[in-house]
Each structure stands twice: as C-alpha cells, then as structure tokens.
Write a protein that binds this ligand. Structure first.
Ligand code: OSB
Ligand code: MG
Length: 368
C-alpha cells in the first residue's frame, strides 16, 4: 500500500438538542475528517477533538494544526506500508492522541478496504450487534430530565448514563430511580467535576445501585480515585485519566478503578484501544465503549470495537438520531436496543457525497 496524501475536511453538524456536561454545553459539532488516499483505496478517520479544550487539552484547531505541521509530514518522511506503522512514525511527537488516532484510523480504513477486511474482523469482534446505552446531558429541571430519559427508554436504550455535577447528582438519580424503577441499568458521569473531599456526597449515591461512577475526579488525580474507591461502594470507572494501555495497567494495579471506558480517540487510536481491552481482559476489568458525539464514520468503528469480547457493558454507542437530524453516512438505527456491527470492508460505511458537500466548511489537501 502506498499513501499518496491526506485530505483534511471540516464539517459542521448541528446537534438535535444542546448537550450539557459539567465542562460545558455543545450545540453543534465542528468535526475534522481525514481521508487517506492510497494507490489501492481510500479511508476515513474522524477526529473526536471538540471545539474547545474542555473535555481534555485537545481541540479541533490544534488537531488540524499538528496534523498539518507535524504528523502528516512525519508520514511523508516515513511512508507507512501498513496502519501498524503509523503510531511508531508519530511517536516522537508528544500528546495529540485524538489527531494521531484520526490519522491512523484513516490509513487503517484504506488498508482494510483495499484488502476487503472489516474493522470488526481486524479488531477481533465476536458479535454481530452491540447493546446500546445513551448519555443524557444535564437539564434545566428534573421533569425535563425524566421526559428525556423516558423517551430514550421508549426507544429501547438498554442503559442510561446521567451527566452529573455538584448540585445535579443525588436528586436526578433519585428521581430517575423513583420514576423508572431499580431494574434500569443506570450510571453517572461527572467529567472530573468533584474532588476527593466530596467522597461523602458521592457515597450518597450508593443506595441507588448504580453500575458505576465515571471520572469523578481530575484526570491526573489517580491516587484520589484510589482513595475514593475505598470510601464509595459504587464502582469507579475512569474515562479522561486513561490515555494509554500503560495508564490503564497503572490505574488497575493501583486500584483506582474497577471498570474502564475505552475511547479510541482519547488513547491514540483503535490499535491502542484494543491493547487496553486486552490489558483489562487479562485483569478481569470490564470495559465499555465511550463516545464523543461521533458521526456515522466514527460510530462505525466504535461499534466494531464494542463487539470485542471484553466489552461486557453497554456503550455510549447511540443511534445517529440521538445526535443529528442528518448523519453524514447512512444512519445507524437502533433495533431492539442494539446497533448492527458493520460487516463491509473497512468501516463498512461511507460519507454520502451530497450530504458531505453540503456540510463541509473547509478542505485542504496534504500531499505525501
Ligand atoms: O465524557 O463520555 C464523556 C461526550 C463528549 C465528551 C465526553 C463525553 C461525552 C458523552 C457522550 O458522554 C457520549 C456519546 O454519546 O457519544
Ligand atoms: Mg465520560
């Protein structure tokens, strides 16, 4: 396989409803897509960096800049014959994992399309469909939240995740339990909004039988999570803190978490995400597939990853219509609470040209 260049394309997609977390409110996605062109096939990679550095230090303009200035030129200097050669070629540049992940994914997609292999097969998926959860943002009122949760349950989502922050935690959880019962699989995500001093407050969630509390403390506060794990009965799950397979192994060894959320963008790509899956499987740690409000392109790869055997909890792999009125690919549609794992070559989905053209705000060709 010979890589001839990378197209960087920016697309703008309004969200169906504002999505509020402890770090901010998103009303639209400004997504960077990469198209890898090789002599055999083309491949797509979606960069999950958000508009502002609020979830993590990465943001979309920085991703575009580092790709243009360093990452694509590094591939030009050391052309990868296969996707496995991408991460080693980019390794000397620190951080920027979401940008690296998008580049590796685009090259991997091109390679797999060229040889007729699917992401699912390549990653080691063992299922043809995956159960889906949904992440529910912070709302203006408890009645508004109950309406939203009721709507998602009616659509068939098998697990509900509530975004929480100080002042919006015990009350919404109690209200959801009272209205929808104890059988609903329920978890919460704080996106680093608490400190270890909040342990008594977080322990007040224990009676509600949550599956997990996701990333209650700062990204770098691994020992704080160890301490919290001892003071709270609900399992602690890490998201932001787990930036690599090494970070996952360390967090497990230290006892900072008993569950891990795997997001390929956060960890530098699907190949590293699979390594985290393997580390966790070897340690008996359940994993689930997180999300970053992806389009159908990123979703296709996430659903393939979520079909690996260690992904034993439902992921944030929701249907297209939970995010967008019009997806850039054929929409992912929930069937009995599940999404089908694409089986075609590569991602198994492609952008619809007319839609892609309509939502594109900029494009740039980076030759190799
Ligand atoms: O912390 O899991 C998170 C969305 C954007 C950034 C961070 C997170 C999220 C979500 C939604 O919770 C996941 C999704 O449905 O894609
Ligand atoms: Mg999270």
């Amino acid at each position: 396989m010979k890589l001839t260049g990378i197209e960087m394309r920016r697309i703008r997609m309004p969200l169906v409803a504002p999505f509020r977390t402890s770090f901010g409110t998103e009303t639209e996605r400004d997504v960077l897509l990469l198209r890898a062109v090789t002599d055999e096939a083309e491949g797509w990679g979606e960069c999950v960096a958000m508009s502002d550095p609020l979830y993590s230090s990465e943001y979309v303009e920085a991703a575009a800049d580092v790709l243009r200035r360093y990452l694509v030129p590094a591939l030009a200097a050391r052309p990868p014959a296969a996707a496995t050669a991408v991460a080693p070629a980019l390794q000397r540049f620190k951080g920027h994992r979401m940008a690296k992940a998008a580049l590796e994914t685009a090259v991997l997609d091109a390679e797999l399309r060229g040889s007729g292999r699917s992401f699912a097969r390549e990653l080691g998926a063992t299922r043809e469909r995956v159960p889906c959860g949904v992440s529910v943002g912070i709302m203006d009122s408890v009645p508004a939240l109950l309406d939203a949760v009721g709507g998602y349950l009616a659509q068939g989502y098998v697990r509900i995740k509530l975004k929480i922050e100080p002042g919006w935690d015990v009350a919404p959880v109690r209200a959801v339990r009272e209205r929808f019962g104890d059988e609903v699989l329920l978890q919460v995500d704080a996106n680093t909004a608490y400190t270890v001093g909040d342990a008594p407050l977080l322990a007040a969630l224990d009676p509600f039988g949550l599956l997990l509390i996701e990333q209650p403390l700062d990204e770098e506060d691994v020992l704080g999570h160890v301490e919290l794990s001892r003071r709270v009965r609900t399992p602690i799950c890490l998201d932001e803190s787990i930036v690599s397979a090494r970070a996952a192994a360390d967090a497990i060894r230290l006892g900072a978490c008993s569950i891990i959320n795997v997001k390929p963008g956060r960890v530098g790509g699907y190949l590293e995400a699979r390594r985290i899956h393997d580390v966790c499987a070897a340690n008996g740690i359940p994993v689930w597939c997180g999300g970053m409000l992806e389009t159908g392109l990123g979703r296709a790869a996430n659903v393939a990853l979520a079909a690996l055997p260690g992904f034993t909890l439902p992921g944030d792999t929701s249907a297209s219509d939970r995010y967008f009125r019009t997806d850039v690919t054929a929409p992912f549609v929930l069937e009995d609470g599940h999404l089908p794992v694409p089986a075609g070559p590569g991602l198994g989905v492609e952008p619809i040209p007319e839609i892609l053209a309509e939502i594109t705000t900029a494009s740039e060709w980076l030759p190799l």
